[in-house]
Design a protein. Structure first.
Lengths: 342, 395
């Protein structure tokens, strides 16, 4: 885990205002969306073509701005500094303990970006959450280190370690086809969960984005891969340990994979330079899936359906039994914004 | 996952919670020999116990797999045939692909060890009245909703306390504690096939036999190679319908039936347990079909145990199997012509005893897991009518 940078509130305000301007240029005004489609789930797709400049390294400041723009657009308050913080306060505040579930299975090539996580931690602190009440976590500490996170255990800083350090609950939680023990990090160290997955192809499930990232919260994910992970992914997300805590999904799509996942395959990755942000994880997954399909078509690959690995679990998560969100495009408002201005 | 503890822990471990079970299991190892098989930190926090393990110590290249393109592998151990990408694990959770080479993570990684009466497996026609040194690692290749040992069978090896027990050390312990057999049991031995094979070899060198308690959900080659080293086998036949296997077991029936036929051809002493779950696999026609299939394909002398279900794991909503249901199942199987049909998990029931199918006299009386009376002659015949009683009755 890198150290949280000392970023001023003034800089944050400037970036928020710039972001709002860029949103206007993009022609998809968030407030208008909210007014005309109140029943829809909002999915913000924020992209910055200049995120990496002319090289391959992500500009952390532009990424931070992209995050600010995306979150503010999701909650769509007028673009002021105070409203920027207010947007985060809708996720968590002073009395909360917040866990950030990252995805580090694919190693440094296709893991949740450390700078992105740093930026989220900073905003949470600005919203009033004490640093020590924020924990960045995944299943395995070594995997997190390989993905670039610095491990922090104890003290007043943001905590960062894997479930292997504390283990899983003894008791089983069950819903439908799923019976699992949850990470104690989730159950004992947080009342708010922010999901920080990556956007990638999955050879069994079709895609792995937000909903499937929850496989990293339980002790037995290997049991839930048959039948394209359907209905296991949907059933798992029904469990109250997840459902009662889940407040926000911020999908890191700075680098994405359209084929060959879940392990990192550089030849099948592309620099999307974006983030997907939503409170409805089903809508976010559906939107991300369509983005992967468009890239596959562009690269001359068959659809996932043609390869008999369409992510059916997304529709299951949206069905009347689960009701976890929307996967009908008519009920999803995709808000596209551009920009990560300095 | 086998369901040995269905009957086994009828009194003791059934009432224990997960942690207590592990402590019970490991403590028994300690009781055997604190010096040779020292207690891991079972009383410590779970993660601490798991962390203390040296993963490299237990990691060996797997025997049953084939390499595919892009550093993927296809596991050939069980019919699931998991295609596993680099750095991923198969369904069992105890085998991992490292750069295109598949490894078992549980060789010599024992998470449960007991000295049990062999009747607890249950094996009723194999060395009655003896003890088996019984060991397990984490992992299973199915996920039965009624699993009694889900704590270890549905966990990854690094999540539960375990310790190193080499094949030769296992054989030494069995000998030291007068166990004529080592039993591979509790979780699902299919997934620790390499350890089972090496331990069976070491045990045979030391004059100790091997028995396995398994779901039989294996590929033909792995079955022949791994269970070819066994001296007796108990197979949990979970039901006699594919739908039950799909919904309740997360597996398939046909490969298990194929395994039973193969074991028969291999000449392995085999007994079958059928856990009767109320409303799910307790239909008369299913009992009848099961018994007829056994008689036709395996012969009438294969012991069949109908055992009582207790609510556990993901099937806590169902009641205990009524004894009348078990008696109905036995009556149907008897009528189909099977000679040795038992009722299990019902202490004191007369159908726990062995009777001569010719003169109907009682030959082995069992009280709990103890063979309190064993009258079968050295030449494996009935002392009353000289009818041959199939089994391995004397060491």
């Amino acid at each position: 885990m890198t150290d949280l940078r000392n970023r001023s509130r003034r800089n944050f305000l400037a970036r928020c205002l710039t972001g709002a301007a860029v949103m206007g240029v993009a022609g998809l005004h968030a407030t208008g969306e909210a007014q005309t489609a109140a029943a829809k789930s909002r999915v913000v797709v924020a992209r910055d073509p200049l995120l990496r400049g002319s090289g391959s390294t992500i500009d952390a400041r532009r990424l931070e701005t992209l995050l600010d723009n995306a979150v503010q657009s999701l909650f769509s308050p007028p673009a002021t500094h105070e409203n920027g913080i207010a947007a985060w306060r809708r996720v968590a505040g002073a009395g909360d303990t917040v866990s950030l579930k990252v995805n580090t299975l694919g190693g440094r090539g296709i893991a949740t970006n450390v700078d992105l996580v740093d930026a989220v931690c900073e905003r949470l602190q600005q919203a009033g959450v004490p640093a020590r009440n924020i924990i960045v976590w995944d299943r395995d500490t070594e995997e997190m280190e390989r993905a670039g996170f610095r491990i922090v255990v104890g003290g007043d800083r943001v905590q960062c370690y894997g479930t292997d350090r504390v283990g899983y609950e003894d008791d089983l939680s069950a819903w439908g086809s799923v019976g699992s023990r949850f990470s104690k990090i989730l159950t004992r160290s947080s009342n708010v969960l922010i999901n920080l997955p990556v956007l990638k192809d999955h050879d069994g499930a079709g895609v792995t984005i937000a909903l499937k990232n929850m496989y990293g919260t339980i002790h037995n994910p290997n049991k839930y891969h048959p039948n394209g992970c359907d209905p296991y992914v949907a059933d798992l997300n029904m469990l109250p340990e997840i459902r009662s805590r889940m407040k926000l999904t911020i999908c890191d799509a700075t680098t994405a994979m359209y084929e060959g996942g879940p392990a990192f395959k550089p030849e099948h990755s592309w620099k999307l330079n974006g983030l997907l942000v939503a409170q409805d994880a089903v809508a976010l997954d559906f939107t991300g899936w369509q983005m992967i399909e468009r890239k596959r078509a562009e690269m001359g690959l068959k659809t996932l359906e043609a390869e008999q690995r369409a992510p059916r679990y997304i529709a299951t998560a949206a069905d009347s039994e689960h009701g976890l969100g929307h996967c009908d495009p008519a009920r999803i408002a995709v808000v596209e914004i551009q920009g990560g201005a300095t | 996952m086998n369901c040995e503890l269905d009957s086994a822990e009828g009194g003791a471990c059934m009432a224990l919670d997960r942690r207590a079970f592990l402590m019970c299991a490991l403590a028994s190892g300690a009781a055997m020999s604190a010096g040779e098989f020292a207690v891991p930190a079972a009383a410590s926090p779970l993660a601490a116990g798991a962390q203390a393990q040296n993963d490299a110590q237990f990691t060996f290249e797997a025997k049953f797999y084939e390499k595919l393109a892009n550093r993927k592998i296809k596991c050939k151990l069980c019919p699931r045939e998991c295609v596993v990408g680099d750095k991923e694990r198969g369904y069992c959770g105890v085998r991992e692909n490292h750069g295109g080479v598949y490894y078992t993570l549980v060789h010599s990684r024992v998470c449960a060890a007991h000295i049990d009466p062999i009747e607890k497996k249950p094996l009723f026609h194999y060395l009655p009245g003896t003890n088996a040194f019984s060991i397990a690692t984490a992992g299973c290749n199915v996920n039965c909703k009624f699993c009694q040992n889900w704590d270890i069978s549905q966990s990854r090896p690094e999540e539960i306390p375990a310790q190193y027990l080499s094949p030769h050390k296992a054989a030494d312990i069995a000998r030291k504690y007068d166990c004529p057999t080592i039993a591979y049991t509790y979780s699902e031995p299919v997934v620790f096939a390499e350890y089972l094979m090496d331990t069976a070899d070491a045990a045979h060198e030391a004059g100790v036999r091997s028995i396995v308690v398994s779901n039989g959900y294996m590929q033909h080659d792995s079955l022949e190679q791994a269970y070819g080293k066994m001296d007796a086998v108990k197979i949990d036949l979970k039901a006699f319908t594919e739908s039950y296997y799909a919904k309740v077991v997360t597996g398939q029936l046909k490969p298990v039936l194929d395994s039973l036929v193969t074991l028969r051809k291999m000449g392995k002493w085999t007994e079958i347990v059928y856990l009767v779950v109320p409303s799910l696999n307790d239909d008369d026609e299913e009992f009848r079909g099961l018994a007829a299939w056994i008689k036709t394909n395996l012969g009438p002398d294969v012991p069949l145990h109908f055992t009582q279900f207790h609510p556990e794991y993901l099937l806590k909503n169902l009641p205990i199997t009524p004894v009348t249901t078990l008696e109905r199942a036995k009556a149907i199987a008897d009528a189909e012509g099977l000679h040795y049909v038992y009722i299990g998990n019902v202490p004191g029931h007369p159908a726990q005893n062995t009777y001569c199918p010719q003169c109907r006299k009682m030959l082995v009386e069992r009280v709990g897991f103890t063979a309190s009376q064993m009258l079968i002659r050295k030449d494996s015949t009935c002392p009353y009518c000289r009818h041959s009683i199939p089994g391995i009755w004397h060491a």
